[in-house]
Each structure stands twice: as C-alpha cells, then as structure tokens.
Design a protein around this ligand. Structure first.
Ligand SMILES: [Zn+2]
Length: 245
C-alpha cells in the first residue's frame, strides 16, 4: 500500500506540472482501494480521464469523493515488486506516466456526473458498467501509430513535458519504464527528451492543450517515424528468419 502522504505528494506533483487540473477534483489512489472491481489489475497503474465513471469505483473512493474528476490508481504492490530499489521515485515515475494519460485536462462539462444514489444508480446499471469495464480491459493492445493507440507520439511528448517539469520542481522521478512496456520498439526516454529539449524549455509554462496543438520539433517527429518503421519491420513477414533462410 502506498502511504497517504506519498499519494498526496503525487497529487501535488500533478497540480504543479499542470495547474489546469486544479479546476476539478483529482483522485489519486492505491489500486488496492479498487480491489475486486473490474478495473485493470497487476499493472503499475491506470488512469481515467473522468468522462466515464462507474458507481462501484465512486463507492470505493468513498468519503474522498467531492465530485466529478479524473482518477489515477497506482499499484504499490506491483511497483514495489518491479522497481523496489527506489520505491518513491518509481511511484512518482508511474504517476508521471498516468498523468500523461489524463492530459490535456477535459472540460468540466465533459466529465461524468454520476454519483451514488442518483436516479440511474441501480443493480442493472451497475452490472452493465461492470461488463463494459471488463470488455474494455480485455481488448487487445492497439496498433502502434493508430489513432486509438494510448501510447502514441502525443503521449510520449506529454510524458516528456510532465517528467521534465516534475524534475525541474525537485521531484525524484524514475525514468525507467516511463512509457510502459507497449513501447518496447521505441528508443529510451532520454532520447525522446533530447529530441524535445527546445520545446520543453520554450513551452515550460504552456498548458497541455496548447502543447497538443503546437507542431513538435522535427527531431521528435523523425524519432517517432523511425520507431514506427522499426515496429513495422518486426511485423513484416519478409523479416522472418525462416523465410530468409
Ligand atoms: Zn499507459
């Protein structure tokens, strides 16, 4: 279990690097809080942008629930098992990754306004929500570079901005696995950060919505294209060793 003080520190990190998130509640919980609900399990963490929220998850947030907002769950047990040597930096590293999933912040009117006990809260709706959640978790990973890929180039760019701002403000953030396992074909985070350096400086106070609409540096775009080329070369049957023999 992650100490409440560390979860609070992660929430402070979020508001420091992206002040626009302060407009709505932000829930940062240990995944243990959501045990038994059909949320992703056995991963370092997961995030919900807040535009869809089920009653079971709201129930688990309990007294901390103050209204619609995004959610970040960090799994202290999995993080300790995989990055135990510097637990705090690994937790903040996971927080940086998940923050990049909820940015740019969505508008209040786009947030789910469900709350326990409202007129839609009944067994049938809860069951339906559980089935929807289970189905979305069971979906196969999206094709890298596709518009539904959650770990695409824009995600990498946001992660680099969140990471550089957090480090600049003094947080100890592990850079290992910053992008997660699905980007196995891409180069290390340090290379991406280097490719974005001019922008990380010039847009250090910009909102993430502004970053999203700005053209990224050419060095970054080239790095993404070469990463996709590498991924596709692994998928190309002509690259199969048996075929070549
Ligand atoms: Zn992710």
């Amino acid at each position: 279990m992650i100490a409440t003080s560390l979860l609070d520190d992660c929430r402070r990190l979020a508001f420091t690097v992206a002040p626009e998130l302060e407009a709505n509640p932000l829930y940062v919980v240990d995944a243990e809080t959501l045990a038994g609900t059909p949320n992703p399990a056995d991963c370092l963490g997961f995030a919900r942008r807040g535009n869809w929220m089920d009653y079971e998850t709201i129930d688990r947030i309990g007294d901390a629930w103050t209204g619609p907002g995004p959610l970040i769950a960090l799994d202290g047990e999995v993080i300790r098992e995989s990055h135990g040597e510097n637990f705090t930096a690994a937790v903040t590293g996971t927080m940086v990754h998940e923050l990049a999933h909820i940015l740019p912040a969505i508008e209040a009117r786009e947030l789910s306004h469900r709350q326990p006990g409202d007129k839609m809260d009944c067994d049938a709706v809860r069951q339906n929500q559980a089935v929807s959640l289970s189905r979305s978790i069971a979906k196969p990973a999206a094709e890298p570079g596709s518009c539904i890929d959650p770990h695409n180039d824009q995600f990498i760019r946001r992660t680099c901005h969140v990471y550089s701002r957090a480090v600049a403000h003094g947080w100890d953030v592990s850079i290992d696995g910053l992008f997660g396992g699905s980007l196995w074909f891409a180069c290390q985070p340090a290379h991406w950060i280097t490719s974005l350096l001019p922008e990380l400086h010039s847009m250090r106070t910009a909102s993430f919505a502004e970053i999203e609409t700005a053209t990224p540096p050419e060095a970054f775009t080239k790095l993404w294209q070469s990463s996709l080329d590498l991924y596709r070369s692994f998928q190309d049957p002509r690259g199969d060793i048996d075929e070549q023999i």
